[in-house]
Design a protein around this ligand. Structure first.
Ligand SMILES: Cc1cc2nc3c(=O)[nH]c(=O)nc-3n(C[C@H](O)[C@H](O)[C@H](O)COP(=O)(O)OP(=O)(O)OC[C@H]3O[C@@H](n4cnc5c(N)ncnc54)[C@H](O)[C@@H]3O)c2cc1C
Length: 467
């Protein structure tokens, strides 16, 4: 069977690429190994142990980054809307109240108005204000979308501009945990992307969580006549004379001059022998544990009114695989009920993310695995209580997923969330016609992955497969 393009993976980048190609009447098929779309940002069902009902949970959604107000133009999210022909209103975005970076004895608040962070830095780090403003100017003037840029250490750049190490650690904390494949550091272009996405633009959440985003994209694909096949694992990418020609999916061979792979660069090498002979991108080590708690009531604004807390209990922020299964010296604590607080009635939900160590989780026996997850749950629950003083909600349900869960459902080696530390920034590979989209093109998170899928579909699917 012949297509104009094959997209591997129905995560955020794959769905977006499929929409763009179908929109211009390309014959495109999206092949997805799982039975549902969404990839790293999908959803799953669990039986509620106390009330007996079935619940659906988002795998990952804490925050949609790159918030814009309706009508704002020339921003990543407005580009996404325009390119996918989606309407702002369909997302039903609820903006954050504010979030905070909480270190011992000092906190920095930020919101969807950059002025808040400016005033916080000015108040808490008055001696650093001029340097911080210079950093802001540097970020504003930096072209992070220049695909020819090489790796530059953000820590080095920050050290050359800011003297107070605590401020450097605090600024880096949310940016690293929301988007760095590298341990303890990140590429400066990625730092700029994240700085703009989190600090300049900010967070919101679609009212229906990640399912709103997925169903909008699935509906669009359907309307455009794009083809999507679930439970369709690509076993190998077929090549001839240095060029990709098609894929083997469940024993069937299908052919196309352009293949866009969103499954990760090392993972793509694994199923493409000719590519593996030429490159060996390293598998990243950053993976996480996510605990989800449902309480019988919501946390009151007087107990905690922030949307996300980036918590660290020491002066240095250690962004690296946990030394011992999970690292509870830092966490991201997300209070989804605190997006535009409206209704104090009903159940409350909190999500807690810890850094994890894939190798240790992989080597656990089943009984120890369950026991370790219990340890994670009780540690995360204590943290929620500590950050919400006075909250006495009854726990109705908890679920914890580990790096092994991430690996099992997304097939990312080592359960890595931010992919390889060897990105291919222009998406090209040494095999012509085969391109990497999404996380390992270096654009991650929901908005980043969607924009990656759009731009590479535009470049290689709509303008020819000269690569
Ligand atoms: C716990 C957690 C929390 C997160 N929180 C946020 C957040 O709050 N905000 C945010 O913006 N981002 C968040 N992210 C990150 C975000 O989810 C990802 O950066 C983004 O979804 C990546 O999309 P992608 O298209 O690059 O890749 P993926 O989502 O990994 O998509 C790849 C797809 O390929 C499929 N696949 C794999 N192998 C094969 C094969 N051989 N054949 C066919 N299909 C295959 C997979 O099943 C998957 O569907 C979070 C991630 C996690 C895990």
């Amino acid at each position: 069977m012949n297509y104009d393009a094959i997209v591997i993976g129905a995560g955020m980048s794959g769905l977006a690429a499929g929409i763009r190609l179908a929109m211009f009447d390309k014959k495109v098929v999206i092949l997805e190994k799982h039975s549902i779309p969404g990839g790293l940002n999908s959803y799953y069902q669990r039986r509620n142990f106390q009330k007996g009902g079935i619940r659906q949970f988002d795998v990952g959604l804490h925050a949609l980054t790159n918030f814009i107000k309706k009508g704002e133009k020339a921003k990543p999210f407005s580009k996404l809307l325009k390119q996918l022909r989606l309407s702002y209103d369909d997302f039903k975005l609820c903006p954050q109240t504010y979030s905070k970076i909480l270190f011992p004895g000092v906190e920095l608040k930020f919101s969807n108005d950059f002025e808040l962070l400016l005033s916080e830095v000015s108040e808490k780090f008055p001696k650093e204000m001029d340097q911080f403003l210079s950093l802001v100017e540097k970020v504003k003037g930096f072209n992070e979308l220049d695909l020819s840029l090489g790796y530059q250490s953000s820590r080095e750049v920050l050290k050359s501009m800011i003297s107070d190490e605590l401020l450097i650690e605090m600024l880096l904390c949310p940016l690293l945990i929301y988007g760095s494949a590298w341990e303890d550091d990140m590429d400066f272009a990625q730092f700029v992307i994240m700085f703009k996405s989190l600090y300049f633009e900010g967070f919101s959440r679609p009212q229906g969580g990640v399912r709103t985003i997925i169903s909008l994209m699935m509906k669009k694909i359907e309307e455009l006549g794009g083809e999507i096949r679930f439970k369709s694992p690509v076993n190998s990418i077929l090549t001839r004379n240095g060029r990709s020609i098609g894929v083997n999916v469940g024993g069937e061979e299908i052919f196309a001059p352009v293949i866009l792979s969103s499954i990760g660069y090392p993972e793509t090498c694994r199923i493409t022998p000719e590519l593996a002979e030429k490159v060996s991108p390293r598998v990243g080590a950053m993976t996480f544990l996510e605990s989800i708690f449902v309480f019988d009531k919501k946390i009151m604004p007087s107990q905690n009114d922030s949307t996300i807390i980036f918590y660290n209990n020491q002066k240095k922020y250690n962004y690296r695989p946990a030394a011992h299964y999970f690292d509870d010296s830092s966490a991201v604590v997300c209070f989804p009920d605190n997006y535009e607080i409206q209704n104090q009635e009903g159940e409350g939900t909190v999500r807690v993310t810890y850094m994890a160590n894939y190798d240790q989780w992989r080597n656990l026996e089943r009984v120890d695995y369950d026991q370790k997850k219990e340890e994670v749950g009780s540690s995360a629950l204590s943290l929620v209580k500590k950050l919400s003083p006075g909250f006495d909600g009854e726990l109705l349900f908890q679920d914890i997923f580990s790096p092994l869960t991430i690996e099992r459902y997304t097939w990312h080696l080592n359960g890595t969330v931010y992919g390889s530390i060897d990105k291919t920034r222009d998406g090209s590979t040494p095999v012509s016609g085969l391109f990497i989209i999404g996380t390992d093109q270096g654009f991650l998170g929901i908005v980043g992955a969607i924009l990656s899928g759009i731009s590479l579909a535009n470049l290689h699917g709509l303008m020819g497969a000269e690569g």
